[in-house]
Write a protein of this length. Structure first.
Length: 382
């Protein structure tokens, strides 16, 4: 073996020893059930919270767009020309989030990797909630700014860090998940918005798991009694919206700056027309039937009540078990009972907090939720 293969094999062996090696499991996914290893399992490991990925109207919108415009988009939106569907999608996103404008990126990860370095540079400061998603960390590091973490959802700690460090930096950004992807709790966006204003810092919230689910479907900025002051509302079209792509909703000057400075927008091929058409159809559906968007959270709450867990705040419910081995064993036990509930291990979550992450969707049958809750109460979390 040459040094490259030696390196890869040694890394994999170390992951194996810690129970942290991952593999891609072939899985055919229906709206609720998946097929894996020849078995049909009810999936609680999917972020398709509104089951829109396979919704007939949304599939029809995508198919019509393929028939009319083909499968690929040809080049970056700045090079090949901006497909007219983008303007429609961006106008809808801006309306939903109550901002002047919006900008669609290739994915949520690409959005954060582009937005932060377009606004923040090496002399500046980025404060991140310690449990922020990997792509917020990636964007912060790409900016080459001074990056500091504040304790999870601890506004007081963020204030201390601003008092200590803000003065040394021309610009500062505070970034956080709106709904935390592995914990399901909500960020204190109202308080963070006020703190950011007081220190002339810019607040960026990543609403990947909020749009379509909390705040009447409008996302975490709108989940409290009053809308939070969040000038940079980022999110993804790949979860409740059912398709793929990322976005930023913000003021017109900020969005125009993205078109000029966000490298992941400028130097990456635009989303295929079918993906954009699907997102428009999904947003239409949510706007027409806001009650539908309340279902994943209602199902998650019914589950936590019955399982004896703290009340769900979003469609995501964590069951923290500690070691990777314990989480894997619990996942295997639930699989034997017909449920797909994947174990989440470090480095996705901090060491010692491996867990089951249970994600609820609008269509999960109530009797199966009860069966899962009983299994969790009796066998997993006993
Ligand atoms: C909080 C959060 N932000 C961003 C992303 C990335 O979004 P995408 O899958 O569209 O790249 C994810 C999920 O993968 C996420 O959980």
């Amino acid at each position: 073996m040459d040094s490259l293969d030696d390196f890869a094999a040694a890394k994999l062996a170390a992951l194996d020893r810690g129970g942290l090696r991952r593999a891609l499991a072939e899985t055919a996914r229906g709206p609720l059930y998946v097929e894996r290893n020849g078995r049909r399992l009810l999936s609680f490991s999917c972020n398709d919270y509104l089951n829109l990925a396979q919704h007939p109207q949304i599939k029809a919108a995508a198919v019509a767009a393929i028939e009319r415009w083909g499968v690929g988009s040809g080049a970056s939106r700045l090079v090949t020309g901006n497909h007219p569907l983008f303007a429609e999608l961006e106008a809808r996103l801006a309306r939903l989030k109550d901002t002047e404008a919006a900008c669609v990126f290739g994915s949520g990860f690409l959005a954060n990797a582009g937005i932060i370095p377009a606004l923040i540079g090496p002399d500046d400061l980025v404060l991140l909630d310690e449990l922020s998603h990997a792509c917020l960390w990636a964007g912060a590091r790409l900016s080459r700014a001074a990056v500091r973490a504040f304790r999870h959802n601890d506004v007081g700690h963020a204030a201390d860090l601003l008092r200590a460090h803000r003065g040394r930096h021309p610009r500062a950004l505070i970034a956080t998940d709106g709904v935390f992807s592995m914990d399901g709790d909500l960020a204190p966006l109202v308080e963070l918005g006020r703190l950011a204003r007081r220190h002339d810092a810019w607040l960026l919230s990543d609403d990947a798991h909020g749009i379509g689910v909390v705040g009447g479907g409008r996302g975490s900025t709108f989940a409290g009694p009053e809308p939070a002051d969040v000038p940079l509302q980022m999110g993804t079209l790949s979860k409740a919206i059912g398709g793929y792509g990322g976005y930023l909703c913000a003021s017109r000057p900020v969005i125009d700056l993205m078109t000029n400075r966000a490298r992941t927008l400028i130097y990456s091929t635009g989303l295929p027309p079918a993906t954009v058409a699907a997102a428009i159809a999904a947003l239409d559906l949510i706007a027409r039937d806001p009650e539908y968007a309340t279902r994943p959270l209602a199902k998650a709450k019914a589950f936590t009540r019955r399982a004896g867990l703290p009340e769900a705040q979003s469609a995501i419910v964590p069951i923290v078990l500690g070691s990777a081995a314990a989480a894997l064993a619990a996942s295997r036990r639930l699989e034997a009972d017909g449920f797909l509930v994947v174990a989440i291990r470090p480095p996705t979550v901090p060491d010692g907090t491996a867990r089951l992450r249970v994600a609820f969707t609008a269509g999960h049958p109530d009797d199966e939720i009860e069966r899962l809750a009983d299994l969790v109460r009796e066998r997993v979390h006993a």
